[in-house]
Design a protein around this ligand. Sequence first.
Ligand code: ATP
Ligand code: MG
Length: 594
Amino acid sequence: MSGTVNSNPASRSLRQLLRFTLRGYWPAVGALFLLMLFTYVMEGIGFSLVIPLLQAMLSPGELAGGNVLQRALAHLSGLIPQDWRIAGLLGLLIIVFSLKSLGLIAASGLTRWFVTTLRMNWVVTAFLATIRAPYSEVAARPHGETLQNIIGETETAARGVLLVIEAAARAIQITVLLTILLLANWRATLFVLAIGAGAFALSWRNTGRLSINAGTTRQAIRQRANDVVSESITGLRTVKLLDIVGSRTKQLRQMLRVSRRVDARFEVVSSLPSNMIDLIAAVLGSAVIIFMTVVLGVRIEEAIPTTALFGLVFMRLASASGYLFSRRLHITTSVPSLWVVRDMMATVPEQTRGSAPFTGFTGGIEFEDITLQPPGRQTIFDGLNMRIAPFGLTAIVGPSGSGKTTLVDLIVRLREPDHGRILVGGRDIREFDVRSLRACVGYLSQDPQLFNGTIAENLLLGRPDATEADMLQAASRAHVHEFVSAMEKGYATPLGRGGLLLSGGQRQRLALARELLRDPDLYIFDEPTSALDQETEAIIGELINELSRAHPVVIISHRPDVISGAHVIYRIERGKAVEMSLPEFPKVSAGSAP
Ligand SMILES: Nc1ncnc2c1ncn2[C@@H]1O[C@H](COP(=O)(O)OP(=O)(O)OP(=O)(O)O)[C@@H](O)[C@H]1O
Ligand SMILES: [Mg+2]
């Protein structure tokens, strides 16, 4: 698991989390709150109307009541002529409950819309933050975990926010209902409240830790399970050939078993109150009746309207409290996900200082005292100096793992040196805007990446506005046209994930055509012919020589014939670059080529 997340969620401030989560959304939250308040006040008024209704039915002549609520409602009843009183109150009841229903409908729609917006923005921001984070960091992280964090954890976090809003709605409902009960009979209400609060406080402390733990365990399992699946699918060929299907499946099953145990225990605890709702209501209801009749000395017949109100409101209160209890636990389990989302957003982007537009490599590239040592790894460069001419072919050779690919990563700023500078036309490349710098580099990597889509879509990736004629020209220069024209659907042929429906050499040629179409200034070829047959290799070698007449070209290769046209050859060894002459090359490389 990555070290940036899960640093003991419980110890981090929840207020900070909430402030982050709702940043920019406070007006929407306020509107939602007002809507909910309106809805539950309507519900409260609806329930309260039971008192004058019962009174009008039981003793039509009388208006005066005992407590505050009864008096206020009696006053309201008095406004309606006696003959119409029951019909009037019933009509009022229907209007009030209609308003409540409308409020509920609007609130549920708004809540969903709000939470979906939140999640949408999180996914996009987290995706961008990951793409913009330092390349070597993201590339080294397990893919399944990154995927799970962007897609899965944002979903869980958004569900957490949804639950918070629902819980807030219940809290508002409980407050309104309690106010009504207090107005109806404050002593009985306080009595019930004392019992309820005691039970709540007892369970609160004991269950909080359980849900945090459940949330953290679930999150870790989700990330690891995703890794196992994503790695197995990416490395399907290896999984089959090494015959490790069984052990991989076993790993997955073990993780899911832990998840099952945690989930089941959590579910039992969190749904305890809602599964005991009738019992709780019966116990509390009996307690109130006994309290009113025995302690307060109220005659049962006198108390009928108030008791009816208590009965009605009680069921609501009990279900709202039970809901609140279980939601609180569910909310707590989503806290670790909220932290992951927050951490993803806070990722520091890769260093992209510099704003000068980059115009080209006229003046060549100068490496000046470059040192690089990744934390905890061997030194890659140790005072490396070299110069790439603004035209012609520069070859780079050296043993496997000596840092040849890393050198290219430095030019396109996928990585930054620890010390030293890279100069283009005398200016530090850090002064330039990274995107305009990369636009001038055509980089055919050792392991070219194609994307799910058609051949044409892949070709046009770097230059979507290219004409069909340009595309066909690039395709035929890179010897792509030969194999594409033999395909039934031609350039509309889908490539499958990562271009896996093509051979290694076809992929390499397609990636080359893609670079040619971009028409960059500098070309970099990292082992360009490693997957090609001899005949194609010769043709591509010729193409590289042709390009080097108009562009600076860097080629990393061990093959003498590919670099035979080089103007300069550098050998990377022990962190330094040594210039050598062409005749020296075959002798030196013979023993060290991988
Ligand atoms: N992201 C990374 N973090 C730390 N070390 C890395 C990273 N990527 C590569 N290395 C290390 O840097 C060194 C140079 O790697 P690089 O890929 O540049 O070698 P190379 O000369 O291109 O080798 P090859 O000829 O096999 O392609 C290697 O020892 C490698 O283990
Ligand atoms: Mg390499």
